[in-house]
Design a protein around this ligand. Structure first.
Ligand SMILES: CC(C)(COP(=O)(O)OP(=O)(O)OC[C@H]1O[C@@H](n2cnc3c(N)ncnc32)[C@H](O)[C@@H]1OP(=O)(O)O)[C@@H](O)C(=O)NCCC(=O)NCCS
Length: 252
C-alpha cells in the first residue's frame, strides 16, 4: 500500500481546491479538548457532557472544535457561527449553498476529518487490535470474495479492518451509516488500496470508490466518495496550524 504524505502546514487554497483534503489530529498533542470551548454550540457541549468516560468527553469536544476551526478556513466564517445541519441519520452537514462536503471519524485519541468540493465524502478509521469477533462479522456480513481476500491476506485481521473501514466510509459517505444494509453491497478491490462499491441498492450519485491507507502499525483508515480518490492531500492538524486559525479569528 502506498504511504500517504502528511503536510505539516495548512493548504494555501482552502477556498478553491479540487482534491480531497484529509486532516489527522492527535488530540493530546493539540490540547483541543481544553481550548476554544466557547466556539462550540450548547447542543455540542451537551452531547460531549453526556459521555460518562472523561476520555470520550474530551474526544467529542476536540473533534467538534477541530471541525469548526477547519471549516472556518474553508468557508471563511467564524468557527462559532458556523451552522451545522444533520440529515435524517444524524450525519452533520453544511447547507448545500457552501458546496463543501465533510466527514469525521474519531477513535481513541485520534480524529480524522475529510473535506471535498467534488462530492459527498465518508471517512473512517479503526484500531486493528480489538477484541471483536471479526471472523464472525466477516462470515455473516461480507461477500465470498471479501472473505477470500481476508483469508488470503498475510495478516487477515488487518485485511478485515481495511475492508471494514472502507465499508464504513462508504456508509458514512452516503449518509445513512449502519442503516445501509451491510449485505447489500461489497467492495470490489482494483488493487491493494482502491475499491469500487458494488451495491444492489441504486446509489445517487452512483460509482462510489473507496481508498484504504495505514495510519500507523495498528490503525487503518479509509475514505469513500463518488470521485477520483487519487487527488488526495493529507495534513497533520498540529498546534502551529491551530494557532494560525485561532489568530485569524482572534481566538485566545
Ligand atoms: C455514523 C456511524 C457509522 C458512526 O459510527 P462511530 O463508530 O461512532 O464512528 P466514527 O467515529 O467513525 O464517526 C463519528 C462521526 O460520524 C459522523 N456521523 C454521525 N452520523 C453519521 C451518518 N449517518 N453518516 C455519516 N457520518 C455520520 C459524526 O460527525 C460523528 O462525529 P460526532 O459524533 O462527533 O458528531 C453510526 O453512528 C451510524 O451508523 N449512525 C447512523 C444511523 C444510526 O443508527 N443512528 C442511530 C441514532 S438515530
Amino acid at each position: 500500500m502506498s504511504k500517504l504524505l502528511w503536510n505539516e502546514t495548512l493548504p494555501d487554497d482552502p477556498n478553491h481546491f479540487s482534491t480531497i483534503d484529509l486532516y489527522l489530529i492527535n488530540m493530546p498533542d493539540t490540547g483541543l479538548h481544553q481550548r476554544f470551548h466557547n466556539i462550540l454550540q450548547e447542543t455540542e457541549l451537551q452531547v460531549a457532557n453526556a459521555y460518562m468516560q472523561e476520555h470520550r468527553h474530551h474526544l467529542s469536544v476536540a473533534s467538534r472544535t477541530a471541525l469548526r476551526l477547519l471549516l472556518s478556513l474553508y468557508i471563511n466564517e467564524h468557527p462559532a457561527e458556523i451552522i451545522l445541519q444533520k440529515n435524517e441519520f444524524q450525519k452533520p452537514l453544511l447547507s448545500d449553498a457552501y458546496e463543501l462536503n465533510f466527514n469525521v471519524s474519531h477513535t481513541n485519541e485520534q480524529i480524522l476529518i475529510g473535506f471535498s468540493r467534488l462530492g459527498p465524502i465518508g471517512v473512517d478509521m479503526e484500531f486493528t487490535q480489538s477484541n471483536i469477533d471479526w471472523p464472525m462479522i466477516a462470515k455473516r456480513y461480507f461477500s465470498p470474495a471479501e472473505n477470500e481476500k481476508i483469508n488470503n491476506a498475510t495478516v487477515p485481521q488487518h485485511a478485515f479492518y481495511q475492508l471494514w473501514t472502507a465499508k464504513e466510509a462508504f456508509m458514512k459517505g452516503v449518509g445513512s451509516g449502519f442503516q445501509f444494509p451491510l449485505h447489500h453491497f461489497f467492495i470490489n478491490y482494483q488493487d491493494q488500496e482502491h475499491g469500487k462499491v458494488i451495491s444492489t441498492i441504486p446509489l445517487y450519485p452512483p460509482d462510489w470508490m473507496t481508498r484504504n491507507f495505514d495510519l500507523s502499525d495498528d490503525c487503518v483508515g479509509a475514505i469513500a466518495s463518488p470521485t477520483d480518490l487519487n487527488q488526495l492531500r493529507c495534513f497533520h492538524f498540529n498546534t502551529n496550524s491551530i494557532n494560525k486559525i485561532a489568530a485569524l479569528w482572534h481566538l485566545p
